[in-house]
Write a protein that binds this ligand. Sequence first.
Ligand code: KIV
Length: 260
Amino acid sequence: MKRRGERIAVLTCYDVLFARILEEAGVDMILVGDSLGQVVLGHDSTLPVTVEAMIHHAGAVRRGAPGTFVVVDLPFLSYQISPEEALRNAGRIMVEAGAEAVKLEGGDPRTLETVERLVAAGIPVMGHLGLTPQSVHALGGYRVQGREGEAAERLRQEARALQEAGCFSLVLELIPGPLAEEISEASAIPTIGIGAGVGCDGQVLVLPDALGMNPGFTPRFLKRFADLHGPALEGARAYVREVREGSYPGDDHTFPGGGG
Ligand code: KIV
């Protein structure tokens, strides 16, 4: 798609119902992100997410979107300890969840070694640079990365190195638009931006944020493409009201017969 100049539309997903919707909508790729920890499991970071949780949710997404390319995040500490452990965990995700690829964060020399190891085993790997949420405490919070010259240069070098290590694509999260555009133009592999401007080859958003299910979350880069929170709340309130007043279930919802 990059070679053809076509922009790539990616959304995250964590369950079968939305996976069906995303496949019907024609997204190019689904990311089962470890944002699962925050938007589905209620943690305040991605750090508590386990390989088991990723497999559990990715399996549901796979069943809901059998015809869509599914990438699954390698969660915190599933790939940082050693390339062998990374291979074991990535292999489980590929086999048990039926993923097409995995994603990992960072571009330091140890991560590059791990990427090479996974790619050599036949596992497609997506990189992730910029704001890398698994390092949120080391980065001092969820803030834009690569604003200063030295940090921007490090991102340029890491993007190049991840491509050379064999990544097939690269997420760029929360970096200035001009820098993301420059990295995208210099890369043969597609870049997928989130909070990185329109110069990337594709875009990704966290699904509940994009569909307006998380009304308190309002970063600058986010656009709400629907407001599901309002209708869902209205529906739940209507149900509570009708059950309490005895108007649901009515005759239409009740099986006749069987009386004495
Ligand atoms: O976990 C996730 O959802 C992600 C995206 C924000 C890129 O990594």
